[in-house]
Design a protein around this ligand. Structure first.
Ligand code: GDG
Length: 483
């Protein structure tokens, strides 16, 4: 089926000089009451950060439009080009739900769920990566800069370089890069490393990711490694470094201070019966986020009487995610059961101690929740960065707030003044939850101010600027290969 798009235009003759290649496009399709199709900018930090760069440089965004078996023609949106890539229903199952989300995702997150290896999934992954590379090669101007995003597209840098050696290629991995011992399980370990090495610059969330990658390159390929630089054959040098991602700090603060959000926060408190204390969790419903452990720890604090359900509420938002992948269905059932059991055991006839919402909320509601949360619980078993932790710091207005943060989130490297926890240690976690609640105002204030300074000084724009500056100035071409 072909979709008609009103402002459909051909990509400029000379091509785009700056491209982002990501699994998903930066826009969501909206269908009006008469069946008319329009596109709306998808919410999210990456789009916010990259749109200005796109407009300045003349850009294109290459990605899947979100529906199976459908060809959508390129079009212009907000001053840059959109180049949709199509996926068949079978490819969504094998490349996306399979290899990306049931092989790479669990393996790269410390195998907290069992990674599945299937040869058909790998075949599909290769095929789809080739399609993304072809689409980028088609719209890129001579010498353009191309920024490839994340684990769904690990092979694209190499495939793109093969087709277009004139391009400058960057790659950023949003999730952790695993330790050598785990990565080695992958039957396609060498191919995936070579795929990433096609880039001039490979970015990771934390330095540990870069060093895991470089160690693997040393042991599994024949390329010469000199500190963070890899001489890839005779063609180019690939540099591997950490570029911790962040948020639009000012944008979040302004949103949280807006009269609408302040009013919504008040309304939420009223709805909850004005509890003395609000604990908050906000996550995609994903087994890496440590929800089982967090809910159990909070449940025990309620059942042991350390938290009084009359005064305290634990509000947990779990945004629906990857619902067709088995492991995610199991998790959903587990959490439903756990929350139901705790709520039926603890508390009186009024509001339950755990308010659990398996749905996604508008940005305003998210900001309102951050405003009212006295203690924010961010306790993933493993996380590339975790933006929720940073958003809380940007949005929470008072010095009395407290952020509890897992040591295993990339964000813990920067947010040292959070109340750090090991999410596998239930008793330890319970102690830290209570400390975060009962610490002195002076101690909490010191921590919050230091955390705020960190997120003020390191924003999503700094992240994009520093990555692109490093990519532009790479000087990584081999002699005789200059564009
Ligand atoms: C991956 C990596 C890395 C969530 N629920 C709602 C909603 N959200 C927004 C949050 C936040 C984002 O989604 C989630 O970002 P995280 O960083 O917490 O986690 P992942 O989705 O796993 O992201 C992660 C990130 O990429 C960036 O590199 O930090 O480690 O896993 O912005 O606010 N937003 C709205 N409604 C919801 O219900 N509007």
């Amino acid at each position: 089926m072909e979709v008609d798009v009103a402002d459909e235009v051909p990509i400029a003759e000379a091509g785009a000089t700056f491209l982002v290649v990501a699994n998903r496009l930066s826009v969501d399709r909206v269908t009006g009451p008469e069946g008319e199709v329009s596109w709306r900018t998808a919410p999210g930090g990456l789009v916010t950060a990259l749109e200005p760069v796109m407009r300045k440089r003349g850009g294109a965004w290459v990605g899947w439009h979100g529906a199976p078996d459908e060809v959508v023609e390129p079009f212009e949106h907000d001053g840059y080009e959109i180049k949709p890539v199509s996926l068949s229903a079978e490819e969504i199952e094998e490349y996306y739900e399979g290899f990306s989300n049931a092989t790479l995702w669990p393996l790269f997150h410390d195998a907290v769920a069992f990674p599945e290896f299937h040869r058909e999934w790998w075949d599909s992954y290769k095929l789809v990566n080739q399609r993304f590379a072809d689409a980028a090669a088609e719209v890129a101007a001579e010498g353009a800069t191309v920024w490839v995003q994340d684990y769904q597209l690990l092979l694209v840098p190499q495939l793109l370089r093969a087709a277009r050696p004139d391009l400058r290629i960057g790659f950023f991995l949003h999730i952790p890069f695993p330790p050598v011992e785990l990565y080695q399980q992958l039957p396609w370990r060498k191919e995936l490393l070579e795929g990433m090495l096609g880039a001039d610059l490979v970015g990771f969330q934390v330095p540990g990711g870069a060093s895991n990658f470089l160690r693997l390159v040393r042991t599994r390929t024949s390329h010469k490694v000199d500190r963070d630089r890899v001489q890839v054959g005779g063609t180019h040098v690939c540099t591997a470094k950490a570029f911790p991602i962040s948020i639009d700090t000012e944008g979040f603060r302004e949103l949280a201070e807006s009269p609408e959000v302040v009013a919504e926060a008040e309304a939420l408190l009223t709805e909850l019966g004005h509890p003395k204390v609000v604990f908050l969790g906000v996550d995609r419903l994903d087994y890496t986020k440590g929800l089982r452990q967090r809910v159990r720890a909070m449940g025990e604090l309620f059942t042991e009487g350390k938290l009084d359900p009359e005064d305290v509420v634990f509000f947990q938002v779990a945004t629906p995610s990857r619902e067709r992948v088995d492991e995610y269905r199991r998790l959903r059932d587990d959490i439903d059961l756990l929350v139901g059991r705790i709520n039926s055991e603890v508390g009186g006839v009024g509001r339950p101690p755990i308010v659990y919402r398996h749905s996604s909320f508008p940005r305003n509601t998210m900001a309102a929740l951050y405003r009212i949360a006295d203690v924010m619980l961010v306790t993933p078993l493993r996380d590339g960065m975790n933006l929720v932790a940073k958003e809380y710091i940007a949005c929470h207005p008072s010095d009395r707030g407290a952020l509890v943060l897992s040591e295993f989130a990339g964000a813990a490297r920067e947010l040292r003044q959070a109340y750090l926890v090991n999410p596998y240690d239930l008793n330890g976690m319970k102690d830290v939850f209570m400390k975060a609640l009962n610490d002195t105002p002076a101690a909490k204030g010191r921590r919050m101010r230091s955390l705020r300074k960190q997120v003020n000084e390191h924003t999503i724009n700094d992240w994009a600027d520093s990555f692109l500056a490093a990519l532009d100035s790479g000087g990584s071409r081999a002699p005789g290969n200059e564009g």
